[in-house]
Design a protein around this ligand. Sequence first.
Ligand code: HEC
Ligand code: HEC
Length: 304
Amino acid sequence: MNDEPNCCRPPDGEPTAASAPVPVWLVVLTLALVFLGAVYFDRHSGWFDRQVFAPYSSAETLAFYQPKSGAAALAARGKSVYDSVCGICHGGDGLGKPGQAPPLAASEWVTRDVNSLARVPLAGLNGPIQVAGHEWNLSMAPMGAGLSDADLAAVLTYIRAAWGNQGSPVSEADMKAARAAISGNSPSAADLAKMTPAERGHAVFKKYGCFQCHGEDGKGGVTNPNAKTAEQVPSLVYVADGYNQAELIAFVKRGERVIPRMNPNGPEPPHFMPKWDPIINDAEMSDLAAYLFSLKPKGEKLDF
Ligand code: HEC
Ligand code: HEC
């Protein structure tokens, strides 16, 4: 009977496993390590970016919604001006359109000095010109003359950095200087205040280069090969007979992209009537209409 408890005992000398109390120092050390680990994890934001909170999931999405400042804001503003004013002709991809406008991507005109570049949207450009090794012989009206210095700086900064172009940014001060150099003899605000609407309208006609296509004082005569209107850009002297004020303003805003051809099978006439809508503001438009109506020779009003 009393042998029983010894039945399973290993022979003397074999090591035995028995439970022993965990030493206090080990418990303390473990807790200390867990605590330090938690502090470290917390300090370093675990697997999360400490700038990012719900509902945003990553730093990139967050950056997308941040208010843009400096260069990024300028480029975003420039892209929207480009899309509404320049892209119609030069294309959203900056590659231009055959027979309509040369490319801005890889164009030496775009990355040259700011004053020469600014001259194009402010004063317009008449061919023949070379762009990236190809000749173009069209004409661009001063499509940027109605933009503020800030918008013009933004759009030029945008085209100088888009599509692989590598030009320096353009500042508002650069634009102010370029505009002053170009429109040296355009009337001051004080002069404009003293003028009649028709006189102000004449200044608008010059500012936007309408004369480049319609001739000095709107008398016409600029050749437009294969245009139905006697292969010329039409004279504006008699618009008072064909339009009332609202119709005239609506037409100038809309423009006319497709010019009727003299010979239907011949080439597209190179000059078309640009769309002036976002470019010329409402006050300028009504002055412009007053000017165009004033062109009709006085005596002829009695002919009816
Ligand atoms: C109605 C069409 C039209 C619009 C709108 C237009 N352009 Fe042009 N642009 C042209 C044409 C046509 C030429 C080529 C003129 C020539 O042959 O001399 C040109 C030439 C240029 C050139 C020099 C040549 C080149 O390709 O680099 C620049 C720079 C330019 N445009 C910038 C602009 C900017 C900036 C805007 C917007 C503010 C703008 N253009 C809006 C038609 C347009
Ligand atoms: C790039 C050349 C060009 C420029 C710049 C231009 N026009 Fe025109 N415009 C034309 C052509 C071409 C026509 C003829 C449209 C047609 O045959 O349908 C036209 C037609 C017109 C007509 C209608 C004439 C009629 O008898 O029905 C008016 C008005 C007019 N333009 C006003 C202006 C004003 C104002 C400006 C300046 C803000 C201007 N245009 C700038 C090319 C131009």
